[in-house]
Structure formats: C-alpha cells, structure tokens
Design a protein around this ligand. Structure first.
Ligand SMILES: [Zn+2]
Ligand SMILES: [Zn+2]
Length: 178
C-alpha cells in the first residue's frame, strides 16, 4: 500500500498505484490518511531524517506481509549522505521514496511530468525491491542498481535483471538500505 507523507501530488500516487502491481504481482492501494513528517525535520540540515520517517511508517503495518511504500515530496537525508532518494528495510515491510530530487525543477530545468513519473516508478520499484529481499545490483540497467543522481536513475530500466527478478523473496528479517 502507498502512504503519502506530507502533501503529495495525487496524480503521481494514482500513477504509482496503477503501475506497481506489474512489477510485484500484488494489488496496490493508496491509504486515505497521510503521514505528517514534521517530527522528522532536522532544522540544521533543513531536510527530513529518512530513517526516522521510514520507522514512522510502521504504524501502517498490520502484519500479513503487506509492503508499505511511503511517498513524499520532501527532501530526505541520512547523516552520512547529502541526500537520499529513498530508504527501505531489506526483507522487511517498509519502504520510502522522495520525489524532491527527481523533479527537473530541482536542477533549474522546466517541469517534465513524464520524466518525473518514470523516475518515481523506478525508485518505487527499487525501494520495494529491497523489501522483497533484494540488495543493490551491479547490472547496468537493473532497477536495483544504486543511483546517486537523476542521470543514473534515467540510465537504468524499470525492471529487474535476470538475477534479481527470480530473487524476489517473501522471507522476513530486515536490515536497512538506501
Ligand atoms: Zn539486478
Ligand atoms: Zn537501494
């Protein structure tokens, strides 16, 4: 299920709910309630603490193995990095992604919604892939490749490579990944 954190473009959420079932063969619904991210704000960095916000998604977890994807427009960080596009529990239920740095406007370019939605889909599939037990992949166009920039997001495809695809797992026991 998709949980919006803060104000999130409803059309983007609808798009993700429409396309994500194709990657994971499970239905996807959007929670009506939105998660308030303010308690995760770091006033020194003027960004939101990704790990804390990820943890707060836990209250939407009702067990039963459903995956929870938080989607937000705010800028996320973890202390050792300038920013992160998202975060997830490897083999757990919680995943989080931000569109903040996926927008062309962030880089001083004109808005391009098609490109934003493509990037958001890739990052959503990537973070959810972690919850299904996948780690980062070195394959050039695999969606599980780690992206440090939007250029790298654009270069990879929205699908799993031949190694990662069959590796999707429902086993639990989780660690964190970006
Ligand atoms: Zn792969
Ligand atoms: Zn990752």
């Amino acid at each position: 299920m998709i949980v919006p954190a803060g104000e999130v473009d409803a059309e983007l959420l609808d798009y993700l709910a429409l396309v994500l079932p194709a990657s994971f063969a499970v239905p996807c619904l959007i929670v009506a309630e939105s998660l308030d991210p303010e308690s995760c704000y770091d006033s020194t960095r003027r960004q939101y603490h990704s790990t804390r916000l990820l943890g707060r998604l836990g209250r939407f977890d009702q067990g039963g193995g459903a995956k929870i994807l938080g989607v937000t427009e705010i800028d996320l960080f973890i202390p050792i990095f300038t920013f992160v596009f998202g975060a997830a529990q490897v083999g757990g239920s919680l995943a989080l992604m931000s569109t903040h740095r996926l927008r062309q406007q962030f880089y001083g370019l004109p808005e391009d919604r098609k490109r934003l939605w493509d990037r958001a889909e890739k990052e959503a599939v990537h973070e959810l892939g972690h919850t299904f037990g996948l780690r980062h992949c070195r394959s050039f166009d695999c969606v599980m490749r780690l992206s440090n920039s939007v250029e790298e997001v654009d270069l990879k495809a929205c699908h799993f490579c031949q190694l990662c695809g069959p590796g999707l797992s429902l086993e639990s026991g989780s660690t964190l990944a970006a």
